[in-house]
Design a protein around this ligand. Structure first.
Ligand SMILES: [Zn+2]
Length: 434
């Protein structure tokens, strides 16, 4: 009996001990599992930090923000700590990217090729309305305008050719040795890349264009981006991303940051006689004060997205500027009125884009008034010399219009520099008769 009791007790003890041991092993395993999960979560968090930093740096690097990209990879102590504890692979990834960016930054070359400045007008959204010859004559649109479809087709071709949008303002700087004079600045880009300045004339959305299939105005989106307000042929108002150059180019650069040098987009040339950006801010209408604020908000958003503004004269008067018959008084009125009515809302600018591409002699008192009183340092004409003339207190930069006229009549030139027009020309265009 005793033995049995002892055996029984021993068995019980063993079972109890076993349970304890079992429980102890379970707890230990659970603790180990919890610790492993915790370590795994920490490792995942570190890897996320590293992946985020690498993709942020990559994006900056693609947009030629070399120092900013390096700063992302070098200056965040949390990132360094994460890379170190995540192991050699992670640290190696960051070190390799830093090396790649430093090499790219060190291999930039000074650009000294032709000066490329191309320009457009507001894009034709609905060719069937622009070319129906109701409203404004179709022939004018066919010559001087570009369609949305064409503009969208050009961008990837220009990018493939090595073009990179470059800020017009960055072409010059004040001459440190001769105050009041300007000198050209050096441009450094990766080998094979070509700086491209882009501008858009008459971003005013004139009344005469309203029935002809263009956007009606630029509008501020709830997302802080600038959109186009477009009326469809059925008369429905829509807010779109592809009603004109601005949102199309913004989205293209968003997708391909290497098409823009440090965020540069283009320059919008504005007149004033029907307001700006689609808002009648110069006619004393009841909504004027509200619209002025709207223009100011949109202009600020555009500037922060790499856009500049230029004076394109106030009146765009053809007998004054195209025929060159303006009196000094008329030029004074025109220059002063733009400064008074448009500049306060779009911001100061030292860029003048001449209406009809006019050029006058540098000594012409009317020209001196525009340059001197207007304070313009960059004067843009129209022409295909692809060279800049420095007149001392300002430069003159010619621009090439990439429109129906040029694509039809100067297809060889366009092919030499930019693209094959057969890949771009909109089949909705009627034949171009001159
Ligand atoms: Zn114009």
């Amino acid at each position: 009996m005793k033995t049995n009791v002892l055996i029984a007790a021993g068995l019980t003890a063993a079972v109890i001990l076993g349970v304890f041991l079992f429980q102890g092993a379970g707890e230990e395993r659970a603790r180990a599992e919890a610790a492993a999960a915790e370590a795994e979560a920490a490792r995942a968090a570190r890897m996320e930090l590293i992946t985020d930093a690498l993709s942020k740096a990559e994006r900056l690097y693609q947009g030629y923000y070399y120092d900013e990209a390096l700063a992302v990879l070098r200056e965040d102590p949390e990132l360094s700590a994460a890379a170190e504890s995540a192991g050699d692979d992670a640290a190696g990834l960051i070190a390799a990217k830093i090396g790649e960016i430093e090499t790219a930054k060190g291999s930039l070359v000074r650009y000294d090729g032709p000066v490329h400045h191309v320009f457009f007008h507001s894009l034709i959204v609905y060719p069937q309305l622009a070319f129906d010859d109701k409203g404004h004559p179709a022939k004018g649109y066919n010559m001087w305008m570009t369609t949305v479809k064409e503009f969208k087709a050009m961008l990837p071709l220009l990018r493939e050719k090595g073009y990179v949008l470059y800020d017009l303002k960055e072409y010059i700087q004040e001459d440190p040795e001769h105050p009041g004079s300007v000198v050209l600045r050096d441009i450094y880009l990766p080998e094979g890349k070509v700086p491209l300045v882009l501008s858009v004339d008459d971003v005013n959305y004139y009344d005469y264009m309203k029935p002809d299939g263009f956007a009606d105005r630029l509008v501020m989106g709830e997302d802080g981006r600038v959109w186009t307000e477009v009326e469809t042929p059925e008369g429905v108002k829509t807010v779109t991303r592809d009603g004109d150059v601005v949102p199309i180019l913004d989205d293209f650069v968003e997708q391909y940051p290497d098409f823009s040098f440090r965020g540069a987009k283009g320059t919008l040339a504005l007149t004033g006689y029907e307001g700006a950006l689609g808002y009648r801010i110069t006619d004393g209408l009841p909504q004027e004060a509200e619209w002025q604020q709207t223009v100011k908000t949109i202009a600020a958003a555009l500037r922060s997205e790499g856009w500049n503004f230029a004076c394109h004269s106030y009146t765009h008067n053809s007998s004054w500027f195209q025929a060159g018959r303006a009196t000094l008084g008329q030029v004074k009125y025109d220059t002063d009125r733009w400064k008074e009515k448009i500049e306060p809302w779009v911001g100061e600018t030292d860029i003048y884009i001449s209406p009809f591409g006019f050029t006058w002699k540098n000594s012409d008192p009317r020209y001196r008034y525009i340059i001197g009183q207007g304070g313009y340092r960059i004067f843009c004409s129209v022409g295909n010399s692809r060279t800049i003339r420095n007149n001392g207190d300002h430069i003159v930069m010619p621009r090439v219009n990439l429109d129906g006229y040029t694509m039809n009549r100067r297809a060889e030139e366009v092919k030499t520099w930019y693209f094959d027009v057969r890949d771009v020309l909109d089949t909705a265009r009627p034949p171009l008769e001159l």
